[in-house]
Design a protein around this ligand. Structure first.
Ligand code: KG4
Ligand code: ZN
Length: 335
């Protein structure tokens, strides 16, 4: 089964062609970073307009890269949410038009489920069950994943997402957008023990990152002289270490709690080099296998949406042309 995936939930317009839910034939991503950069964050209205401009050429490129025509596509998978409604509607309307025009089955996909499914595009994917840390700009949650569409929520953030914590810190430090990437880069030259930042809610599988951001703000406000660029790497490294510490510690504890021997880390923050290194090292020491997609499949893409879509279509699910965008959809209820 060859599925065309379409993703437009935030600031990336993406299309991909995937065969049998595991072979990525193409993966095209048009980023809007340079457009939103000057505002320090994604402006929803601008995002929708940029998706409209990009969506048709991105899909055409995905088909061309995969060396297939629409005649060889068996179904269309599109992100239905969570995300920015105006942005989602661009992908949804395009997917519906293609499905209607070509008489193809259409299926709406949960973006978070897509992030978790990205691991099935890698060479040696894990068997079920596994514990997944889904960590992005909008979400930070730990799930027990027992199968496609079979999740138990083990813990989640009570306030900011980890990606948001990185983005807000980068904003305070004035080092650019998107913040996670800037912090990751600077932290490589810094000392993670230079400053001590709080690790919140240590006894719970839930997370809280808002105090961490406030702690950075308070520290910066208390400086007697303006921050100089030589100090930035130490701030970035110490802050990043605090985020990676709690993400790693809680995910490994969650795996022990449900006796899972495998951990998957996914979502944009899974592209963070320190998180990848720390999770892999600490989990191996605890006898747990770790699976993390390559960075390009951690951040938003449409190949991950096509993977989930393939499984849904194969299981007999499809959506009608009344499929709508949903800004918030839970993946699972708390256990
Ligand atoms: O999954 P994603 O592309 O979009 C959402 O679904 O939110 O995640 C975007 C988030 C942003 O907060 C960005 O700063 C963060 O992922 N991110 C990173 C890195 N690359 C992207 N955070 C830390 N280190 C990175 N290398
Ligand atoms: Zn995402």
């Amino acid at each position: 089964m060859v599925v065309l995936g379409i993703e437009s939930s935030c600031d990336e317009t993406a299309a991909a062609v995937v065969r049998d839910g595991k072979v990525m034939l193409s993966n095209v991503i048009a980023s809007q970073i340079t457009v939103h950069e000057r505002y320090g964050g994604v402006v929803p209205e601008i995002a929708s307009r940029k998706h409209i401009e990009a969506i048709a050429p991105v899909i055409a490129q995905a088909l061309e890269d995969a060396a297939v025509t629409l005649d060889e596509i068996d179904g269309i998978a599109v992100t239905k949410g969570p995300g920015l409604v105006g942005a989602l509607l661009v992908g949804l309307s395009t997917a519906k038009a293609l499905a209607f025009g070509r008489g193809l089955p259409l299926v709406g996909v949960n973006h978070l489920e897509g992030h978790i499914a990205a691991i099935f595009l890698t060479q040696n994917p894990p068997a079920f069950p596994f514990v997944a840390l889904a960590v992005s700009g909008g979400h930070t949650a730990i799930y027990l994943v027992k199968g496609f569409n079979d999740f138990i929520l083990l813990g989640q953030t009570r306030d900011d997402a980890a990606g948001e914590a990185f983005d807000k810190a980068a904003n305070l430090l004035g080092i650019g957008y998107p913040g996670g990437v800037a912090i990751d880069r600077l932290a490589k030259k810094g000392n993670p023990e230079a400053f001590s930042f709080p690790r919140a809610m240590r006894d719970s599988l839930d997370f809280s990152f808002s105090g961490l951001k406030t702690s950075l703000l308070t520290r910066l406000k208390g400086l007697s002289a303006p921050l100089v660029s030589e100090e930035l790497p130490d701030y970035a490294a110490s802050y990043q270490e605090a985020v990676c510490d709690v993400l790693t510690e809680k995910t490994i504890r969650a795996a022990h709690t449900v006796s899972a021997g495998r951990i998957v880390v996914c979502g944009g923050v899974a592209a963070n080099s320190r998180l990848r290194e720390k999770m892999t090292g600490d989990a191996h020491a605890a006898g747990i296998e770790v699976f993390i997609p390559p960075p390009v499949l951690c951040t938003d893409n449409a190949a991950m949406i096509a993977v989930v879509g393939t499984h849904l279509l194969q299981a007999g699910f499809s959506d009608g042309l009344d499929l709508n965008a949903v800004s918030r959809i839970p993946l699972a209820v708390a256990s």
